[in-house]
Design a binder for this molecule. Structure first.
Ligand code: C2E
Ligand code: MG
Ligand code: MG
Ligand code: MG
Length: 292
């Protein structure tokens, strides 16, 4: 009886595993086709300085629809990382995002910084830094506008030493480095010190906790203090409410990003938002003019 049950269970797990393997293969093949056919897009989500609400930059987020249905990056990015497709995917995202920023600059707009998410297989790919340089040149965007977002897991990667070198090379070009989803991984302060990091992005799970006044809100406060102590800036991701914005600003968090300010926008909508802001809130309103 026990044996039969055991075998039944085995078959169940076997089938589930097989279905999962099949799903992953189908998805990676579809993604490969989408890359070949240049059907990968990006969205741009604004980042705002909490002290005064000024626009300071955009984060580029990859977007892919399969048969008209958007596939969440949380589903296909891990598969792209496992299959190596992430190297091509990442370069497409970078190219598209830089082109968007270059077009804004050509219109006389000030897009601020451009943050892009980069995975470890991209950082260990031999031509990565040269490719970044070339794409910036082609888009007429200074690498100094670029912020490379890496997650904590990158610091624990078996190629961490090589990755630290690559990040230093990117720093030398003028780019900045941000640690994404900070607080969810297992990186220690010792790891943090070994990497040239300028910004800590507090994971949105801790930001959501602010409205509940929970223990996790204390984590957000601690990360903000840690960033300040290390001479870095804290960036809050997933800011959804005015209460969160006010709390973060009071704690000294430098930058916010989230639905409260703006969702990830199409490239066109991002440029329009910037253009509207520019005409409605001219710099003259901020810089006090001499009285006549
Ligand atoms: P992430 O880099 O931490 O990006 C923030 C995620 O939070 C995005 O999800 C964004 O749409 C979402 N978000 C923004 N504001 C809010 C908010 O107020 N509330 C909530 N609940 N969520 C908000 P998305 O676009 O689904 O991306 C998920 C993850 O996929 C990213 O997390 C990043 O790790 C990865 N990813 C996205 N684009 C790329 C890419 O081009 N390359 C790589 N390697 N990874 C990417
Ligand atoms: Mg990110
Ligand atoms: Mg994040
Ligand atoms: Mg995240």
């Amino acid at each position: 009886e026990a044996k039969r049950q055991g075998r039944g269970r085995w078959t169940f797990f076997d089938r589930a595993l097989e279905a999962e393997t099949r799903r992953r293969r189908t998805l990676s093949e579809a993604l490969r086709r989408a890359l070949e056919e240049e059907r990968i897009e990006i969205a741009l989500q604004p980042q705002v300085r909490l002290a005064d609400g000024e626009h300071v930059g955009f984060e580029a987020l990859v977007r892919w629809s399969r048969d008209g249905v958007p596939v969440p990056p949380s589903e296909f990015v891990p598969i792209a990382e496992e299959t190596g497709l992430i190297v091509l995917l990442g370069s497409r995202v970078l190219r598209a995002a830089l082109a968007a920023i270059g077009a804004m600059l050509a219109r006389g707009l000030e897009p601020g910084r451009l943050a892009v998410n980069v995975s470890s297989p991209q950082l260990t790919d031999p031509g990565f830094v040269r490719m970044v340089e070339r794409l910036c040149r082609e888009a007429r965007v200074s690498p100094a506008r670029l912020e490379i977002e890496v997650t904590e897991t990158v610091l624990l990667d078996r190629s961490a030493a090589r990755i630290a070198e690559v990040l230093a090379e990117l720093r030398a070009l003028g780019a900045t480095i941000a640690l994404d989803d900070f607080g969810t991984g297992y990186a220690s302060l010792a790891h943090l010190q070994r990497f040239p990091v300028q910004r800590l992005k507090i994971d949105k799970s801790f930001i959501a906790a602010i409205d509940r006044d929970g223990r996790e809100a204390k984590i957000a406060a601690t990360v903000i203090g840690l960033a300040r102590g290390l001479g870095m800036e804290a960036v809050a991701e997933g800011v959804e409410t005015a209460r969160q914005r006010d709390w973060l600003a009071a704690q000294g968090c430098a930058i916010g990003q989230g639905y409260f300010f703006a969702p990830p926008l199409s490239v066109e909508a991002a440029a329009e938002a910037l253009a509207r802001r520019w005409t409605h809130e001219p710099r003259a309103a901020v810089v006090p003019l001499p009285r006549l």
